[in-house]
Write a protein that binds this ligand. Structure first.
Ligand code: SF4
Length: 275
């Protein structure tokens, strides 16, 4: 887990604004929307204004960048957990431009831009065919249909690292044609939250096998609220048989943990001589 983030695969998170509009099945139980509502922010949907951030907030990455230089480390910054950087709204234009300037001013940080709107990246990102080496681009792929739709778009962006977040994984993925060529890193996991949908263990193990065959880094973030288990003492609403016959039990994210086949998978992309 990161120094400044509860997300296992990043060191920090940075949000240039809060708020978004749902675009896919993976958005159905958007944790960011739930969190925003909990703290009194009505910033979701096409009609709501987004929440803008303070000057002190915008200065944080400059501090992380200085610390990284002093400590000779390369922290990863996940952007964004409470928004989608490539949501196309006029009010967001100055904030996105400010974000891109900030990214360019912090070359000691690896910026991980994760979007569910890769179709907007070519138009809204400022870097054209010349992406800075410290800017990675990822898209969320929760179903095979989304893989077919989004991965050709991801492939068009010349980011040094391109990754997918297959979380919450909602079905099996067969993505070998893109592994190694388009995708350098696969992050996956199950869903958490009050309405979490159980995944099937085989979806994860098959994805891991595909990554292994192509030498692509694989990170299993979490089971989410549901994990394989016995469940004989649990009420029926907390038990469900997955597609591969595994009994999935609702035991909560913490108890479910993040072991797949008894192993933590913390793969990171091999950057070679990127810097
Ligand atoms: S794109 Fe991300 S932040 Fe936006 S609604 Fe979907 S899950 Fe939530």
């Amino acid at each position: 887990m990161g120094a400044n983030s509860k997300i296992e695969w990043t060191t920090h998170t940075f949000n240039p604004w809060w708020g978004c509009t749902k675009v896919s099945e993976a958005c159905k139980h958007c944790y960011a929307e739930t969190w925003a509502k909990r703290v009194g922010q009505d910033v979701w949907g096409p009609k709501q204004q987004r929440r803008t951030m303070s000057e002190a907030h915008w200065r944080q990455p400059l501090k992380w960048n200085r610390e990284a230089a002093e400590q000779a480390t390369r922290p990863r910054v996940f952007c964004a957990s409470m928004a989608d950087v490539f949501e196309d709204r006029d009010e967001l234009i100055p904030h996105r431009e400010r974000l891109f300037d900030l990214i360019e001013a912090t070359p000691n940080l690896d910026w991980l831009l994760l979007t569910k709107r890769p179709q907007n990246v070519g138009r809204l990102a400022k870097w054209g065919d010349d992406w800075p080496k410290h800017v990675w681009l990822g898209t969320t792929v929760e179903l095979q249909s989304r893989a077919e739709e989004l991965l050709p778009l991801l492939a068009q962006v010349p980011a040094k690292v391109r990754f997918i977040s297959a979380e919450p994984l909602l079905g099996p993925l067969a993505i070998e044609p893109w592994l190694g060529s388009t995708i350098n890193w696969v992050i996956t996991g199950g869903e958490s939250g009050p309405k979490a949908r159980p995944a099937c263990p085989k979806w994860f193990t098959e994805l891991r096998e595909q990554c292994t065959r192509h030498g692509v880094a694989f990170h299993f973030k979490q089971w989410g609220d549901w994990a394989p288990g016995d469940g004989h003492d649990l009420p029926a609403r907390k038990r469900q048989v997955a597609d591969d016959g595994t009994m999935m039990v609702r035991i909560g994210k913490k108890a479910a943990g993040r072991l797949l086949g008894g192993i933590e998978h913390d793969g990171l992309p091999n950057l070679g001589n990127a810097y």
